[in-house]
Design a binder for this molecule. Structure first.
Ligand SMILES: [Zn+2]
Length: 73
């Protein structure tokens, strides 16, 4: 299951200038998602912005969905 990670994405290009590459933090368990590292557990490639992660991705530590993540600035 490693097919369409390199697919061009207009939203990603637009978002990178603003918040696309900011780390995101789970507000339940404080797991930090770093876009430069991705998530090896969840099969997210390094360099994947948080908003480009599939919506069915869950926090690898507490299993809550993306809506529980906040920007870690
Ligand atoms: Zn979590």
């Amino acid at each position: 299951m490693n097919t369409s990670v390199d697919e061009p994405d207009a939203r990603r290009l637009a978002g990178d200038a603003r918040d696309g590459n900011l780390p995101m933090e789970c507000r339940i368990c404080w797991y930090l998602y770093d876009p430069t590292e991705g998530d090896p557990v969840g099969q997210v490639s390094p360099g994947t912005a948080f908003h480009d992660i599939p919506d069915d991705w869950c926090c690898p530590r507490c299993d809550n969905d993306k809506s529980y993540f906040l920007p870690a600035t």
